[in-house]
Write a protein that binds this ligand. Structure first.
Ligand SMILES: *Cc1c(COP(=O)(O)O)cnc(C)c1O
Length: 420
């Protein structure tokens, strides 16, 4: 950090503008709608809107729904949207065609894959999870355990305890690749290999990975994965999520939400359930087509971008953000909750501060949009497709001003909104 801080002392705003000038991803920014005077550092929570999304949604509603009506299930290929978009997402997360569908929400998909893993490893009773994971992951697992009559147990561990938590009673290890609060990354290859040595299956939650870091599900030999459409894939608020099942499990996997879209012949309208082919069996019922089509726009943009260039830029942005924050805000009591080593970090930097909530509200009012996670974390997300280096410079400048002038002390910044 000392060396980096030294470099920073000689860097200026013009140097950051120069980085933007030389940025191979700079051309993507104009594909997104970014309001004037906003520095958007919350794309890890809700990605920005691709301009093409509103055009596409207009087309789906006006022409496909409005004019072609029910014919569009065939003529506009609505019916195959989950598989079509899933195949595009597969390329972004290192999976093969036919291994991913875009459908339902991350929470619901987690329920399906956890249940599927428990049905495969039906003679085992332990689920290994990270206690500090995003709550819905743990809540879904707890609900499933309750539903199954409490015959299973969740073994909660923290990051460093994962490897040692595995033994031959473990049915499934269910982890989030990049931690939502701190941005720390697990070693997917090593953990999956260790799980397999013990006969356990793995579920990887890619909410903060898909579109942010290179993911290699196939290389890691992962069993199941889920992830979000509205974060780095820029699919829009509440966009459908995705679900991955490795090919080798597809002809025996089962999941409990056996709706008609997962049936082998949904339009035969037979009485009895029969699993569909391959990844289709992970579907449940009728999908939100308008939302799927908006998601597809974000996925198409991501598919054109080089994920390795995205990763390079986000690592650099994170490093520069940390160095600038230490230089300009070092005296104001901030801590850092993210790994300093960019390799171990996803696409965000989390600072800590006892007055984090008020500081973040003051930042948001000044146009720097990040978010706050209780009890004391200020999250700053780096989305290389539309964030500029100069935004990183300006964001830290504004933060320094808010701290130096104690702007965050204003009582209006202390009032908690329902969504933080
Ligand atoms: C964002 C996120 C979710 C979101 O789940 P929803 O079903 O879309 O509400 C789940 N898990 C993790 C780790 C996340 O970061």
């Amino acid at each position: 950090m000392v060396a980096e801080a030294k470099i920073m002392t000689v860097m200026t705003r013009e140097d950051f503008q120069k980085l933007d000038h030389d940025d191979p991803l700079a051309c993507f920014r104009r594909e997104f709608y970014i309001p004037q005077d906003v520095i958007y550092m919350d794309g890890n929570s809700l990605g920005a809107m691709p301009k093409a999304a509103s055009r596409r949604v207009g087309e789906v509603t006006d022409r496909e729904w409005g004019y072609d009506l029910i014919k569009s299930w065939n003529t506009a290929d609505w019916f195959n949207a989950p598989q079509r978009i899933g195949d595009k997402i597969a390329k972004i997360i290192g999976a093969d065609e036919g291994e991913v569908v875009a459908t339902d929400s991350t929470s619901i998909n987690l329920f399906k894959v956890l249940a599927a893993a428990l049905m495969i490893n039906s003679d085992r009773s332990i689920i290994v999870m990270e206690g500090s994971n995003f709550p819905t992951d743990n809540y879904i697992a707890q609900g499933l355990v309750e539903f199954l009559g409490r015959q299973h147990q969740i073994r909660f561990v923290e990051k460093d305890g994962v490897m040692d938590a595995m033994d031959d009673r473990v049915a499934v290890v269910s982890l989030t690749d990049v931690h939502y609060k701190t941005g720390h990354r697990f070693d997917m290859h090593a953990i999956t290999a260790r799980a397999h040595e013990h006969g356990a299956l793995t579920v990887w939650d890619l909410c903060h990975s898909a579109g942010a870091v290179p993911v290699d599900l196939k290389g890691a030999n992962a069993d199941f994965a889920v992830g979000c459409g509205y974060k780095y894939l820029n699919g829009g608020p509440g966009a459908p999520a995705f679900i991955f099942v490795a090919k080798r499990h597809q002809d025996h996997v089962k999941q409990p939400l056996t709706g008609w879209w997962s049936h082998s012949a949904p339009f035969d309208f037979t009485r009895d359930y029969e699993s569909g082919e391959g990844i289709n069996r992970m579907l449940c019922g009728t999908q939100p087509i308008i939302s799927l089509c908006a998601l597809e726009v974000g996925v198409d943009i991501m598919a054109r971008a080089d994920i390795y260039k995205i990763r390079e830029k986000s690592k650099k942005m994170g490093d520069l953000f940390i160095a600038l924050a230490e230089q300009k805000c070092g005296e104001y009591g901030f801590g850092i909750a993210s790994p300093r080593n960019a390799y171990d970090r996803g696409s965000q930097v989390s600072l800590t501060h006892p007055n984090g909530y008020a500081i973040m509200q003051a930042l948001i009012e000044r146009g720097v949009i990040g978010d706050f996670r209780a009890p004391d974390i200020l999250r700053f997300g780096f989305t290389p497709l539309y964030l500029r280096y100069v935004d990183v410079w300006d964001a830290v400048d504004i933060l320094a001003d808010i701290m130096a002038n104690e702007i965050w002390q204003d009582p209006k910044y202390q009032v908690r909104a329902s969504v933080t």
